[in-house]
Design a protein. Sequence first.
Length: 43
Amino acid sequence: MAQWVDQNNIRVNVEKEFSLDEAGDALDYQKNEHPRGKVVLAI
């Protein structure tokens, strides 16, 4: 799947990225803000 993203065969809409330390904030964001794209947790 990562290869398809790299080749632009599929698109991933990333709404916001959080660090691992901000995991709680990421969960709150997803619950309260209703993002249209993915909420990414960078590890």
